[in-house]
Design a protein around this ligand. Structure first.
Ligand SMILES: NC(=O)c1ccc[n+]([C@@H]2O[C@H](COP(=O)([O-])OP(=O)(O)OC[C@H]3O[C@@H](n4cnc5c(N)ncnc54)[C@H](O)[C@@H]3O)[C@@H](O)[C@H]2O)c1
Length: 252
């Protein structure tokens, strides 16, 4: 029996990188996947799932647009079923020293990385409470656990998502809703390569050498941790933060 058979899983940021890998993995675990993203390319993720024999639909959904998020949930409720699982993967950042950031950049980073997941959590909760259970997994970052130079406001948002998730986990435990966070270290995705673009090769080498496993994560390795938290295997796990970083960070 597949671990997520009969479950509906909504994934944000599913057009690319980690979100795409999560969507494919949850479908492989038996879930009906609602692959969402601000980018229209998310349709290709749903197609890839169907091609592999899974069930999925795609929806263009910008997580900073609360009305659109609520609209997608309403459509889903009417046509399929409200999500049993929410995975907040959508994210964005630009490497830059804090003193060079513009307030417009802060707003964009906060809207996508902090307010977006908060909006999506709120949007799914009434249905999860009515259903008597659910699983929420947010993609944080090691930047949010230990800090990261050049990603100051982003790290603040990811740290915010960690404490938001722990607090929400306490509030909704009585409804059998689990809320957990997966924190990737450097992962081989377009976001990562976009951020290091222009950085020196020497710096990249030094970073990779500082990872005990001496390589970037593959998106599928982050998806494996998400699949655990989404599954009944994690029924008794909530308010937790798992770093999937090849050992780069080992603090509690
Ligand atoms: N790649 C890394 O090294 C790394 C490390 C730690 C954490 N993360 C986190 O992992 C998550 C996935 O990142 P990735 O590396 O796969 O990046 P990615 O750029 O490959 O994918 C991110 C996706 O989010 C979508 N997105 C951006 N803004 C959106 C919005 N407002 N609404 C809906 N979708 C939006 C993008 O269109 C894109 O498809 C992010 O939350 C990121 O912060 C990544």
């Amino acid at each position: 029996m597949k671990r997520l058979a009969g479950k509906v899983a909504l994934v944000t940021g599913a057009a690319s990188g980690i979100g795409r890998a999560v969507a494919l993995r949850l479908a492989d675990e038996g879930a009906f996947v609602v692959a969402t993203d601000a980018a229209v390319e998310v349709a290709a993720t749903a197609d890839a799932i169907s091609d592999a024999g899974g069930r999925a639909r795609a929806a263009v959904m910008d997580i900073t647009d609360r009305a659109r998020v609520d609209g997608v949930l309403a459509e889903l409720r009417a046509e399929e079923s409200a999500p049993d699982v929410l995975v907040n993967c959508a994210g964005w950042d630009r490497m830059q020293p804090f003193v060079e950031n513009s307030p417009e950049l802060w707003d964009k980073v906060i809207d996508i990385n902090l307010k977006g997941p908060v909006t999506c959590c709120r949007a799914v909760l009434d249905d999860m409470i009515a259903a008597g259970g659910g699983k929420i997994i947010s993609i944080g970052s090691d930047a949010g656990r230990v800090g990261s130079t050049g990603e100051t406001v982003y790290a603040g948002c990811k740290g915010g998502i960690i404490s938001f998730s722990k607090s929400l986990a306490r509030e909704v435990a009585r409804h059998k809703i689990n809320v957990n966070v997966v924190c990737p270290g450097p992962t081989d995705t377009p976001l990562w390569w976009g951020m290091v673009e222009g950085g020196s090769e020497k710096l990249m080498d030094a970073l990779i050498k500082s990872i005990p496993f001496r390589r970037l994560a593959q998106p599928e390795e982050i998806a494996a941790a998400v699949a655990f938290f989404a599954s009944p295997d994690a029924d008794y796990v909530t308010g937790q933060v798992l770093s999937v970083s090849g050992g780069l960070t080992m603090v509690d």
